[in-house]
Design a protein around this ligand. Structure first.
Ligand SMILES: C[S@@+](CC[C@H](N)C(=O)[O-])C[C@H]1O[C@@H](n2cnc3c(N)ncnc32)[C@H](O)[C@@H]1O
Length: 186
C-alpha cells in the first residue's frame, strides 16, 4: 500500500501495490504514524490473502484504513468517526480514491452487524471502554486489529478481550503497540 498526498501525484509506483491519495486536512491519518503503518501492514496481509468479507474501521480519521480496506478487496466498509470535521475529510478522501460507493461513514458504532475484519486505531481507554460492543461486532473466526496503544497499556487492553479472542500477533513500533486478535468460534 503506497500513500501520497494529493499534491504529490502523479506518484512513481513500480511496486504494483495499491495507492491511496490523501488530503489529511484536519483529520488524523497521513500514513506516517507508527499505529497507522502497523494497521496498514496487517490489513494488506490479512485482507489481501484471505476470503472476501466486510470491514469495520473504528476511528477512521482521514479515512485511510477504510480506503485501504476497500481497495484491498473488502466487500464493503463501515467507517466510524466521532469528529464531524474528520468525517467530512474522510468522505472527500473516499471520493478522490474512487471507493466512496463501498464505504458507509457514520458517527456511531453499528449496533448489530458482524464483520470479518474490525480495525480500531483509537486509544487504550477507548478500546477498554468500548470492548463489549467492539468484540460483538467481530464475526466468529473474525480478525480484530487494536491500535493506538502505548507499550505500557497493551496488557490492560488485552485483558478486556482475551475471553473471546486469541492473541495472534503483537507489533511494536517505537512506543506503540498494535494487537492482532482472532475471535474464537464458540
Ligand atoms: C489515532 S486516530 C486514527 C486515524 C486513522 N484510522 C489512522 O489509522 O491513521 C483516532 C481517531 O479516532 C477518533 N475517535 C476517538 N474516539 C472515537 C470513538 N469512540 N468512536 C469513533 N471514533 C473515535 C478520533 O477522532 C480520531 O480521528
Amino acid at each position: 500500500m503506497l500513500i501520497g498526498a494529493t499534491w504529490h501525484f502523479p506518484l512513481a509506483n513500480r511496486s504494483g501495490r495499491e495507492v491511496i491519495r490523501l488530503t489529511p486536512g484536519m483529520a488524523f491519518g497521513t500514513g506516517t504514524h507508527a499505529t497507522t503503518k502497523s494497521c496498514l501492514i496487517l490489513l494488506e496481509k490479512w485482507i489481501g490473502d484471505e476470503e472476501r468479507g466486510r470491514l469495520l474501521d473504528i476511528g477512521t480519521g482521514s479515512g485511510i484504513l477504510a480506503i485501504a480496506g476497500a481497495k484491498l478487496g473488502a466487500i464493503d466498509v463501515t467507517a466510524v468517526e466521532v469528529d464531524p470535521v474528520a468525517l467530512a475529510v474522510a468522505r472527500g478522501n473516499a471520493r478522490i480514491n474512487g471507493v466512496a460507493s463501498k464505504i458507509v461513514f457514520r458517527e456511531t458504532l453499528p449496533s448489530r452487524s458482524r464483520y470479518r475484519w474490525v480495525v480500531a486505531n483509537v486509544t487504550a481507554p477507548v478500546l477498554i471502554e468500548l470492548s463489549g460492543i467492539v468484540a460483538d461486532r467481530v464475526g466468529p473466526g473474525g480478525t480484530l486489529i487494536l491500535s493506538g496503544i502505548l507499550a505500557t497499556e497493551w496488557r490492560g487492553v488485552f485483558l478486556r478481550y482475551r475471553e473471546r479472542f486469541t492473541l495472534v500477533r503483537r507489533i511494536q513500533r517505537g512506543e506503540w503497540i498494535t494487537l492482532l486478535l482472532e475471535k474464537r468460534k464458540k
